[in-house]
Design a protein around this ligand. Structure first.
Ligand SMILES: C[S@@+](CC[C@H](N)C(=O)[O-])C[C@H]1O[C@@H](n2cnc3c(N)ncnc32)[C@H](O)[C@@H]1O
Length: 320
């Protein structure tokens, strides 16, 4: 048998999402991985699983094979250096019926693989967690990292307001805007109480915030400090922004709740074009005409619903 060990340079990302989030999740997948799926993405790109609100975990692929037997033969090569381990069968949502593996069979697979790993198994607190996943007719085995739902903590912040984005949407939007954030300059020029800022900063993404409303700025600063993140937020109208950024994330004020006129909306879009090369616009109204008039090209988009019974949905529009 050929040795099918791959030096860890391939990963399987396990996804889980609600139906109403599918369009948003897929846009984030296209930006992060250049592909889209409902349950698993295989990629050479390493992304922290906690970055995406839709990624459940990441398998760093060590071995693959056409059968469990092929995996079993390979796992005996693992050297654990006295570390304890556990093997889990990673459940995938929505597998077609003929590919479903029943609960009892999942436990059998875990045991069969685990027995062939030289070392001490530990069910509660293992030093190393291994995962095994069926994908496109093959089996994949490797170390498995669960995602932490960081954005859940951010949902309870000292300052709230009704037009704020959900933390999941804000987090996905940061990934859509800046799939490779290292060394990239980013601004949220209409930051409100800072939902986008908090998500970006929690991922180590450097971002500046501004809003023309001093109360919003105060709230954003308070929210950022509450989670012990550090970021600059200033009171400034987008028209007064002088710097230039690689990326801007603009959650548009809308007529439904705040009193943005069409002219004001167009002014914001025009200035966003002036201050950044790439802009992700969030809007509940159709603004394509304005966006194109401001000189943008729309490179991708999705619709993010607030929930299945949502009164309105937000469009997420990637413009360059
Ligand atoms: C929809 S809210 C942003 C909400 C924010 N994403 C959040 O989740 O907290 C739009 C914000 O744009 C701000 N705004 C409106 N016109 C602006 C302008 N010309 N320059 C800067 N900020 C502006 C408003 O004060 C408001 O806080």
């Amino acid at each position: 048998m050929e040795n099918r060990s791959i030096e860890i340079n391939e990963y399987l990302y396990v996804y889980t999402m609600g139906l109403e989030e599918r369009s948003l999740c897929r846009l984030e997948q296209r930006m992060l991985f250049g592909q889209e799926t409902d349950n698993l993405i295989k990629s050479t790109r390493m992304v922290e699983p906690s970055r995406s609100p839709f990624i459940k975990g990441r398998l760093s692929i060590l071995y693959y094979g056409d059968s469990i037997e092929e995996i079993v033969k390979q796992v005996s090569q693992i050297e654990l250096d006295n570390k304890t381990f556990k093997v889990v069968y990673i459940k995938i949502n929505d597998l077609p019926k003929n590919q479903k593996i029943e609960f009892e069979d999942q436990r059998v697979i875990e045991k069969e693989v685990g027995w062939n790993i030289i070392g001490e198994a530990e069910m509660r607190n293992p030093d190393v967690l291994f995962g095994i996943i069926p994908f496109q007719g093959r089996w994949y085995f490797g170390s498995y990292l669960d995602s932490e739902s960081v954005w859940l903590h951010h949902a309870k912040k000292p300052q709230e307001y009704s037009t704020a984005l959900s933390t999941r949407l804000a987090r996905a939007v940061v990934n859509i805007a800046a799939p490779d954030p290292a060394g990239v300059s980013i601004i949220d020029p209409c930051c409100g109480i800072g939902t986008v800022l908090v998500e970006a900063l929690s991922m180590g993404v450097a971002i500046n915030g501004a809003d023309r409303n001093p109360l919003a700025v105060k709230g954003a600063r308070e929210n950022i400090a509450h989670f012990n993140y550090h970021g600059e937020v200033v009171v400034q109208d987008i028209a007064e922004q002088e710097g230039h950024y690689d990326i801007a994330i603009v959650d548009m004020p809308y007529n439904l709740y705040s009193s943005a006129t069409v002219e004001e909306q167009y002014t914001i879009i025009k200035h966003a074009r002036r201050i950044a090369d790439r802009v992700v616009i969030l809007t509940i109204e159709d603004m394509d005409e304005m966006i194109l008039k401001a000189g943008f090209t729309i490179v991708d988009r999705c619709v993010a619903n607030k929930g299945l019974n949502a009164l309105f949905s937000r469009q997420v529009i990637v413009c360059e």
